[in-house]
Write a protein that binds this ligand. Structure first.
Ligand code: DQA
Length: 143
């Protein structure tokens, strides 16, 4: 079972800077992720929060909840949340950081991820497919 977490402002997908993040709403993205998970034979739980503390609690509890891996798009928390980085480092599940946009090809402040240091890896700029590749990786890893 894989936990897919989306952070701040990702609830606005479809309406928010569609030239950068695409036309797809969060609901549509989640449906797409569920379809990919079914293809990969993965069970997924999808959650979104605009609150750092909520994301931290979900990450802290993931192992006890029986998840085998985490896919996380931390939104802008990526660039400054040491609390989120600490929560990722404090647990032992493999976590893949995903960004819809290429954070290295945008504003300077987006180039740095303080959370990726605690992740097994990062996928950035591949749009929704990033979530699929992260799931595929975590499924392989869990075998
Ligand atoms: C994002 C990139 C972040 O810089 C931004 O703050 C987001 C979305 C992405 O998916 O491309 O909210 O994580």
């Amino acid at each position: 079972m894989i936990l897919v977490l989306n952070g701040p402002n990702l609830n606005l997908l479809g309406r928010r800077q569609p030239q950068i993040y695409g036309q797809q709403t969060l609901e549509e993205l989640e449906e797409q992720i569920e379809a990919w998970a079914a293809e990969l034979g993965a069970a997924v739980t999808l959650r979104q929060s605009n609150y750092e503390g909520q994301l931290i609690e979900w990450i802290q509890q993931a192992e006890a909840e029986g998840f085998s891996g985490i896919v996380l798009n931390p939104g802008a928390l990526t660039h400054y949340s040491y609390a989120l980085a600490d929560a990722i480092a404090a647990q032992s599940l493999p976590l893949v950081e995903v960004h819809l946009s290429n954070i290295h090809a945008r504003e300077e402040f987006r180039r740095r991820s303080v959370t990726a240091v605690a992740a097994v890896g990062q996928i950035s700029g591949l749009g929704p497919l990033g979530y699929k590749f992260a799931l595929a990786y975590l499924m392989e890893k869990a075998r």
